[in-house]
Structure formats: structure tokens, C-alpha cells
Design a protein around this ligand. Structure first.
Ligand SMILES: [Zn+2]
Length: 309
């Protein structure tokens, strides 16, 4: 609704079953084949077991002392789902494909010359790793978008403005120098996902220097946040990005139950304006945001800020 109020034209992505081979190709450019095969059939296999729970939760996960792969259904759940915030239900696979379908349409519009497109994805994706679901994310929509854009643009940047570290996106591109990943988030010493998101994670191999984490302390306000965004913007410029993906979370809002920042609705206008000043083809991809009452206004502010430079 907020996007409509900001003047966006709405286009519905095709149902996944009508474009499944295109989606599969794009998904496999980012995700591990065995993981995708697991996601596709996990629930139907699981639900055939007597006394199966209605959703698949990991009961135990591999850890630094136990790493042998095992095809037992309980072991598979722990192998492919990293935490209890990404249960797989009857429609998880179909819904995740719907998000990817939206992203594929959105990237095709950018490739055709649109300056800005907003992909309204649910579920979100930035915690999903190459072969692992976590944090309500199964397929990494922002990463899939970046790889799609990379087919046309030599250098693609991702700025993740969700309140939580975009660990999945970081993991997927950690060794690549052609896709710059930046995440501004609550300091992982205090917030999910706890084990990544620190400043000393720069990338490795060809990707060394192409991952930038900007952790911010609890209570960070607009002035503090915009400074971090300014730093991100200058890195995008020095990288000479030709296209931009913004992993767009609104859980940075002051009232968000999962957030820790103090942004106001009007802050998103300023964020949109700063992103627009980069003057790049820009794809917003919806990530988190849990204070539902303000999502409409915050999305509207972001888009209006982008358009009214
Ligand atoms: Zn988040």
C-alpha cells in the first residue's frame, strides 16, 4: 500500500509453476543443488512419517565437533536449517519460489533500463546461505538479484540496510570481487546472527576487500545511521558499481520488536535520497520489518526519498 501511495506501478510476477526452469537456473547460480533438492521435497518426505510435526524444525545441527553428513530426515533438517527461526512448512518451497519470481521480473526491468524497481518478496532472503536456511530465509533473493544483474553489469553492489547482518549474502559472495557486499546492522556482539557481521570480515581470495560490515550499537539514531550509509555509499562509488541492490529491511525502525535502532519514518526518506544520489540502476529487495503498523509509511518514505532528489 505504501508503494502504491508513493506512486509505484504494481506488476505481479508470474506464478512459479509457469517459469520454473528459469527460476531453477537463477537459484542454482547462487545455491547448492543438494540444498535446493532438499528444500523442494523436504516437507512432503517429512510429512509421510508417523507423528511428524506440522513444520520441520532442526532438533540438532552439525557443530564444530560433529560434521559428518547423514541422510536421516532429522539429520538433514539440522544440516540444512541453521536455527529454529526457519521452519519448513507445507508451502515454504512454493512461497520461496514466489519471492524469486518477483526478483527475476524486477531484475529484467532493471536490465531493460528502469532506474528503480522494488521487489516485494516474502519470505525474505538475506540470511539464507548457499546451502542453509536460517532466520526466516530460505532462498537469498538479494543474492539471486545481484547475480542476475551481473549478467549485464560488470560490477554490482549490494547494500543491506536490514537491522540484522546479511550473513547469507556475505557467505555467498565472500570470495568474489565483482559483487561488493555491504551490511549496516546491529552489532553482532549483541544481536542475531551473533557469529558473523564483524568488521574484520573483509572477504577472502578474489573477494578480499569486497565485503564491508558496519556494525552499529543499540539505540543508533538517524544521524549515526546516515553516517554509516554515507560510508557505504562512498565504498560503492570507489568500487565503481554499475548497478545496486538494496536489501531493504525496515526493522531499523524505532518501534520494531526485533530491532534495536531508533530510526523515524522520515529517516527512510533521507535513506532513499542518499541511495538515489549514487545515480545507479537500483533494485530494492524486501527483507525484514516487523512493526507492521509502520511498514506502509516507511516504505512510502523510502521510495519518495529516492524519487525526490
Ligand atoms: Zn532483520
Amino acid at each position: 500500500m505504501g508503494l502504491l501511495e508513493a506512486g509505484c506501478e504494481i506488476e505481479f510476477a508470474p506464478p512459479p509453476e509457469l517459469c520454473i526452469s528459469i527460476l531453477r537456473q537463477s537459484i542454482l547460480a547462487v545455491h547448492d543443488t543438494k540444498y535446493i533438492d532438499y528444500l523442494r521435497v523436504a516437507w512432503s518426505h517429512w510429512s509421510q512419517n508417523q507423528n511428524a510435526s506440522t513444520e520441520i524444525f532442526p532438533n540438532i545441527s552439525p557443530n564444530r565437533h560433529m560434521v559428518n553428513f547423514n541422510e536421516n530426515p532429522v539429520a538433514l533438517a539440522g544440516w540444512y536449517i541453521a536455527d529454529c527461526a526457519a521452519p519448513i512448512g507445507q508451502f515454504t518451497w512454493e512461497n520461496s519460489l514466489g519471492s524469486v519470481s518477483a526478483v527475476i521480473v524486477a531484475t529484467s526491468r532493471i536490465k531493460a533500463g528502469e532506474l528503480v524497481v522494488y521487489a516485494l518478496c516474502r519470505p525474505s532472503g538475506h540470511h539464507a546461505c548457499r546451502d542453509m536456511a536460517m532466520g526466516m530465509c530460505f532462498l537469498n533473493n538479494s543474492a539471486i538479484a545481484a547475480v542476475e544483474l551481473r549478467k549485464q553489469f560488470d560490477r554490482v553492489a549490494i547494500i543491506d540496510i536490514d537491522m540484522h547482518h546479511g550473513n547469507g549474502t556475505q557467505q555467498i559472495f565472500y570470495q568474489r570481487g565483482d559483487i561488493l557486499t555491504i551490511s549496516i546492522h546491529g552489532d553482532s556482539r549483541d544481536f542475531y546472527p551473533f557469529y558473523s557481521g564483524f568488521e574484520n570480515e573483509y572477504g577472502s581470495g578474489d573477494g578480499e576487500g569486497y565485503n564491508l560490515n558496519i556494525p552499529l550499537p543499540k539505540g543508533s539514531n538517524e544521524a549515526f545511521y546516515l553516517k554509516a550509509l554515507e560510508k557505504s555509499a562512498s565504498r560503492v562509488l570507489s568500487f565503481k558499481a554499475e548497478a545496486l541492490v538494496v536489501a531493504t529491511g525496515f526493522d531499523t525502525f524505532k518501534s520494531d520488536p526485533l530491532g534495536c535502532f531508533a530510526l523515524e519514518s522520515n529517516s527512510y526518506y533521507k535513506i532513499g535520497r542518499m541511495i538515489r544520489s549514487l545515480n545507479l540502476p537500483t533494485l530494492f529487495v524486501q527483507e525484514g520489518g516487523y512493526f507492521v503498523e509502520a511498514l506502509r509509511e516507511n516504505a512510502r518514505q523510502l521510495v519518495k526519498g529516492f524519487e525526490n532528489v
